[in-house]
Design a protein around this ligand. Structure first.
Ligand code: AMP
Length: 199
C-alpha cells in the first residue's frame, strides 16, 4: 500500500452556501490534520476552500496554496498557507497541484471544482496516474453526478472499470478511511483500451 501524504482538495470559493457545506469542509480538514495528511489546494481565502484549509492548519497539517498570478494579484490568497506558490496561468496551477499531491478530493463546488476534478479523472482513465479520487457528497450534492457517471458507463462512453476509479464518500470520515486504505490499481492502458501496442 502506498502511503498518501499530500491531498489536493478542490472546493467552492463561495461564501454564500448553507452551513452544512462549511461544517463538512472543516470536519474533513480536521480529520486530514489529525491523520497526518497535508493539504494542497487553490490557496483561496473564500468559501469551503478557506474552511477546509483553516481546519487542516489548526489540526497540525501543512497547507500549500497554489494560485495563478491573476488571482494572487487580486488579493485572493489565504493567510493560513504555510507556502504559497504562484503560477503563470490556471492551467499551470492545476498541473502544479497535481504534481504536488498523492490523492484528490472534491468537496461540493461549482464549475471550477468540477473542471479540476474532471481533469484528474481523465488522467486516471488514461493511466497517467493511479491516484485516489474522492467526491465528498455532502448533503447529497453529488447524487445527480453519481447518476450521470453511471449513465456514462451504462451507455459505454467509459469502461466499467471507471466505476471503481472514483469514490463517492457520504461523510468526511468515509473519505479519510478511503485514503487510509487506498490501494492503487495499475493497469496496462493498451490492453484496457484494446489498442495495439506500438512496436
Ligand atoms: P468554484 O467551484 O467554481 O467555486 O471554483 C473553485 C475552484 O476553482 C477551487 O478549487 C480553486 O482552485 C479555483 N478557484 C475559484 N475561485 C477561486 C478564488 N476566488 N480563489 C482561489 N481559487 C479559486
Amino acid at each position: 500500500m502506498t502511503k498518501i501524504k499530500n491531498v489536493c482538495v478542490y472546493s467552492s470559493a463561495s461564501d454564500f452556501l448553507s452551513d452544512i457545506y462549511y461544517e463538512d469542509a472543516a470536519k474533513l480538514g480536521t480529520l486530514m490534520g489529525k491523520n497526518g495528511f497535508d493539504l494542497v489546494y487553490g490557496g483561496g481565502r473564500l468559501g469551503l476552500m478557506y474552511a477546509n484549509a483553516k481546519a487542516v492548519k489548526d489540526a497540525g497539517g501543512k497547507v500549500v496554496g497554489v494560485l495563478p498570478k491573476k488571482l494572487y494579484d487580486m488579493g485572493l490568497s489565504s493567510d493560513v498557507c504555510d507556502e504559497v506558490i504562484v503560477t503563470d496561468e490556471m492551467r499551470s496551477r492545476k498541473e502544479k497541484m497535481d504534481v504536488l499531491s498523492d490523492a484528490c478530493i472534491a468537496l461540493a463546488g461549482g464549475f471550477g471544482t468540477l473542471e479540476e476534478i474532471s481533469e484528474m479523472i481523465v488522467q486516471k482513465q488514461l493511466a497517467y496516474n493511479a491516484k485516489a479520487i474522492v467526491f465528498l457528497n455532502t448533503n447529497g450534492f453529488y447524487d445527480n453526478l453519481m447518476k450521470f457517471f453511471d449513465d456514462i458507463i451504462k451507455e459505454n462512453f467509459a469502461q466499467e472499470r471507471m466505476s471503481k476509479c472514483v469514490y463517492f464518500a457520504n461523510t468526511p470520515e468515509e473519505a479519510i478511511d478511503y485514503l487510509l486504505n487506498y490501494v492503487p490499481e495499475h493497469f496496462d492502458v493498451y490492453e484496457k483500451l484494446k489498442i495495439e501496442r506500438p512496436v
